[in-house]
Unconditional design. Structure first.
Ligand SMILES: C[S@@+](CC[C@H](N)C(=O)[O-])C[C@H]1O[C@@H](n2cnc3c(N)ncnc32)[C@H](O)[C@@H]1O
Length: 371
């Protein structure tokens, strides 16, 4: 294949479409890291070869989706063509070992990976790879997100369910002290309001129902009732003052304990036994996203030239939570540059590696529209 490579004028800071660098990766990266611009740096080559040239401890966050095993042939071959899935897992793990080296100690690695059938059996590729990374490379797995694609693609099978999910794993290098900005990804809380002079939380909690339950309780002592009323008034005052966005009250013999009724297992159950009530407080900045994401795959990036771009939305939580503003995001299999596009939109720098000049040209075009 003819290489669509523009040798770099990469050190200049003035905005210009991202160039594709095919040699001298170290120098290109070093110059790029000093630049103020958020235009992506595009490195063409085999991911392993390119990563080996990049300096250790230099990337804030990596996010990628490698080629599926045995499903599709990308231009220039590359990962995914191995005859045995064990070789595929091993090859990917070797590359991710290099990702670990270039990642800062407080960095994060988000890995989107799909599964494959072989002889009618689901191989279990995502978890095989996840265990390889945790067990042999010491990565710490913080989340396994289910990406629910909501609708499945073409599926003519008549003897199994349609596949609509893929995994997104969140790995870190150290158990504590990794960068994570939970406030950046919280959904905006709905606000409390005042109705007839009384504070009513976003979900309609005014305290009236809880007060009646406490009053009528035959399970609480008089002293416990007094404490419960006092606690409830304080909670309503906190809602009014915006210290919490909402709350739920669990009262003995009225509501079930939220975790487990077994006092051996649950501290909450003990609190219920000893005090007669407890509260669940909702964070004033809103709630965190869960580990199931409903995101419909986009089809805007030219499927005639590339088969598996992931949606920009998939990259937003990982980048906002795990890369500080101005930090560098890496995608070692960047394809059409979705990760880089998202990073650019969110004011982060980004480095994309791909073996294919054609896909990088696509990335160039896509990211140029943002400059
Ligand atoms: C699933 S696609 C990535 C899609 C990307 N997330 C996007 O939104 O466009 C995987 C990419 O890995 C690239 N690739 C395959 N083997 C590679 C290798 N050894 N080194 C670098 N890139 C490789 C392919 O060219 C392809 O673009």
């Amino acid at each position: 294949m003819a290489r669509s490579v523009l040798e770099a004028e990469h050190s200049q800071a003035a905005p210009c479409p991202p160039s594709v660098i095919a040699t001298g990766y170290y120098r290109a990266f070093r110059d790029y890291a000093r630049e103020r611009t958020c235009r992506p740096l595009l490195l063409q080559g085999d991911a392993m070869m390119v990563l080996k040239e990049l300096p250790a401890d230099s990337i804030d966050c990596a996010m990628t989706s490698p080629p599926y095993w045995g499903k599709r042939e990308y231009e220039n071959g590359g990962i995914g063509l191995e005859a045995d899935y064990r070789d595929y897992v091993r090859d990917l793990a070797t590359i991710f070992g290099e990702v670990k080296r270039v990642l800062k100690t407080e960095g994060s690695f988000w890995l989107n990976i799909g599964d494959t059938y072989e002889n009618k059996g689901l191989v279990g590729i995502p978890w095989r790879l996840a265990f390889e990374l945790t067990d042999t490379q010491g990565w710490i797995l913080r989340n396994s997100v289910i990406w629910n694609k909501v609708k499945s693609g073409m599926d003519n099978t008549k003897d199994r369910l349609g596949n609509v999910h893929e995994n997104i794993f969140h790995f870190v290098k150290q158990a504590k002290g990794y960068y994570y900005n939970a406030d950046a990804i919280r959904s905006k809380p709905r606000e409390a309001k005042v109705v007839n002079g009384a504070v009513v939380s976003a979900t309609g909690v005014s305290g009236v129902r809880y007060k009646r339950q406490i009053e009528l309780s035959t399970d609480l002592s008089e002293a416990e009732k007094r404490e419960a009323f006092r606690g409830l008034d304080m909670m309503l005052a906190d809602v009014g003052a915006g210290k919490i966005s909402d709350f739920r009250m669990i009262i003995r013999a009225q509501q079930r304990a939220t975790h487990s009724d077994s006092e051996k297992l649950s501290g909450r159950a003990k609190e219920l036994r000893d005090k007669g009530f407890y509260f669940l407080r909702y964070h004033p900045n809103g709630s965190k996203p869960s580990d199931v994401w409903d995101i419909i795959p986009e089809d805007t990036q030219g499927r005639e030239s590339h088969f598996a771009p992931y949606p920009v939305d998939l990259c937003c939580i990982p980048i906002l939570a795990a890369c500080p503003e101005g930090g560098i995001v890496l995608d070692p299999f960047c394809g059409t540059g979705t990760t880089l596009f998202a990073a650019r939109n969110l004011n982060r720098k980004s480095v994309g590696i791909d073996i294919s000049g054609q896909y990088l040209a696509h990335t160039q075009e896509r990211c140029a529209s943002l400059l």
